[in-house]
Ligand binder design. Structure first.
Ligand code: DX5
Length: 217
């Protein structure tokens, strides 16, 4: 089954003095979803944004919004983010003792649940949860910051996730640009999160999205 490759700009690298414009630019340039990276300074050594930013982005675009929870105890925040407008809530498998209850709660709230694997987390961590999620995100950098270097063993890991979950949307996140995108698409990924390669692209947001789109054909 050939899946449409979707581009998911992450606003982590956007210019926050004109966030609305940047989101509209990405949407106008054919972005398929927008990803909002939530960090609590505990699960990752960085602190970013909360439900208020999700609600603000919700006001400027109709694109599906993915909220990537890089936080401890994500179960504490599910209602707030779905309430704010999240269509997808992505939970790190390493971040909670009750992953099944958390993904079930996301579905109860009317959003779609995804799970995220950090680079050192084995694919086998997915086995029991795959039937209950809409997507899997394979981190291709250690989470916490934009603009990091793509971990070169990632395509092989994506291949193994695709084997385990032939039906699921598989997302990759971190260091994805026109060079690395073809590697992960060929391995089976179909959702490409890109922060710095879009919002940090020197010729602008639309050109950044176009460069990735062209690279994956
Ligand atoms: C966690 C974040 C980043 C971001 C993408 O680190 O999840 O991976 O979305 O950042 P870039 O595309 O700049 O590597």
């Amino acid at each position: 089954m050939t899946r449409k490759v979707e581009i998911v700009p992450s606003i982590l690298s956007a210019d926050f003095t004109r966030l609305g414009e940047q989101v509209e630019e990405a949407a106008g340039a054919g972005a398929d979803r927008i990803q909002i990276d939530v960090m609590d300074g505990h699960f990752v050594p960085n602190l970013t944004m909360g439900p208020g930013i999700v609600a603000a982005v919700r006001r400027v675009t109709r694109l599906p919004l993915e909220v990537h929870l890089m936080v401890e105890k994500p179960e504490m925040f599910l209602e707030a983010f779905v309430e704010a407008g999240a269509d997808y809530v992505l939970i790190q498998v390493e971040s909670t003792y009750s992953l099944y209850r958390s993904v079930s709660r996301v579905a109860e709230l009317g959003a779609k649940a995804g799970v995220v694997l950090n680079p050192a987390t084995e694919v086998s961590a997915l086995t029991e949860i795959v039937p209950f999620v809409a997507m899997v995100n394979v981190m291709t950098v250690e989470p916490g910051f934009g603009g990091q270097k793509f971990i070169k063993t990632s395509p092989e890991k994506v291949r193994r996730v695709r084997e385990l979950a032939p039906e699921l949307d598989i997302e990759v996140d971190g260091g994805i640009d026109a060079k690395t995108a073809p590697l992960v698409v060929e391995a089976g990924a179909n959702l490409l999160v890109a922060g710095s390669a879009v919002f940090g692209y020197k010729q602008g947001v639309a050109a950044g999205i176009e460069a990735i789109r062209r690279a994956v054909g």
